[in-house]
Design a binder for this molecule. Structure first.
Ligand code: ATP
Ligand code: MG
Length: 312
């Protein structure tokens, strides 16, 4: 995997809640930070007042969203929590961010520009910390915050479940995306990700793919080929242990060894995890990372060619 060059920011969003945004942010960020020969430097920005990716997925307390809130409102420098994982830093989410979101209209009326504040501070931080990638998580509500992130990010990844309400959330977000583009945002649509999918429901999955393809017509983007399989037991483990899908694999191996040794010693085999094998789920995310990197490379080479044309 090659991913050199300036940091790029991927916003993960859907106006519907509970579609796998935070879980996916954590899994992808952790895998990219852990992978590669030198390991890529990754920053997670938890733009959600619920702070799920900070607290539940990555297991850090954070500052209740104070740093992000102060950046959005006052343009203060961003203060990351460092080394949450090797090569992975986090700007924590939390209720402070909700307060800023709620006063967005007052700020706009008074010429306070949240987008500009975040953009400048994010660029400054990426410069000093040499991040290769920024992944922004967002909450399901709060439209002013969402619009701010849409204006700051370079790419948009939209996860969705296959029910009509979630797909409706994709459609509403797509509208906001186009509106942001019209008012000058440079964000590009990286793709739509189907989450919590039954891999055996082939017919149903084809139907959903067709529906999303139709929705994306003219956008130049398609849904990701890989889908994230339904894995409710692993999901419970990830949230209670604050581990990503990739990290759960090593834990499951330890768990298996422990249970075997207890069986050998004629003790009852206690299990520490609900899932017996998270490796298929982790493999889905690994493949997603490959697809993301491939799409980023395509966008970036297109941008480079366009820049060449302008020069030439
Ligand atoms: N592969 C999976 N299969 C089924 N459920 C999963 C899977 N991965 C995660 N979950 C669970 O799905 C729920 C929603 O996931 P998540 O919190 O990531 O969604 P979200 O879009 O960030 O939600 P919100 O809009 O509230 O921020 C969580 O309870 C999570 O533990
Ligand atoms: Mg979330």
């Amino acid at each position: 995997m090659t991913m050199n060059g300036p940091a790029r920011a991927i916003l993960v969003a859907n106006q519907k809640g509970g579609v796998g945004k935070s879980t996916t942010v954590a899994a992808v960020a952790e895998m990219i930070a852990a992978g590669g020969r030198r390991g890529y430097r990754v920053l997670v920005v938890d733009g959600d007042p619920q702070a799920n990716v900070t607290v539940e997925d990555l297991g850090v307390d954070g500052d209740k969203g104070r740093s992000l809130a102060q950046t959005l409102q006052f343009g203060a420098p961003l203060a990351p929590i460092r080394n949450v994982r090797p090569n992975l830093d986090v700007i924590a989410g939390g209720p402070q961010v909700a307060v800023v979101g709620a006063s967005a209209h007052l700020m706009a009326e008074n010429g306070i520009n949240m987008t500009e504040h975040l953009q400048i501070q994010l660029e400054a931080l990426c410069e000093t910390e040499s991040y290769d990638l920024v992944v922004i998580d967002s909450g399901p509500g709060d439209v002013p915050l969402l619009d701010t992130y849409l204006s700051v990010a370079n790419y948009l990844l939209i996860p969705t479940r296959d029910d009509q309400a979630s797909i409706g959330g994709v459609a509403r977000l797509a509208q906001r995306f186009w509106r942001a583009r019209k008012s000058g945002a440079l964000i590009q649509l990286l793709g739509v990700l189907l989450f919590d999918v039954n891999p055996r429901a082939v017919k149903r999955n084809q139907e959903v793919f067709a529906q999303i393809n139709e929705m994306l017509e003219g956008s130049g983007t398609s849904p990701f080929d890989i889908t994230i399989r339904s894995a409710p037991a692993a999901a419970v483990d990830m949230r209670t242990l604050h581990k990503t899908a990739g990290e759960l694999v090593a834990l499951a191996n330890d768990d298996r060894r422990l249970r075997l040794s207890r069986l050998r010693d004629k003790k009852s085999p206690e299990r520490a995890l609900w899932t017996s094998d998270p490796s298929a789920l982790a493999a889905d995310y690994q493949e997603l990372v490959r697809e993301i990197v491939k799409r980023l490379a395509r966008f970036e080479s297109m941008a480079a060619a366009q820049a060449q044309e302008r020069v030439g």
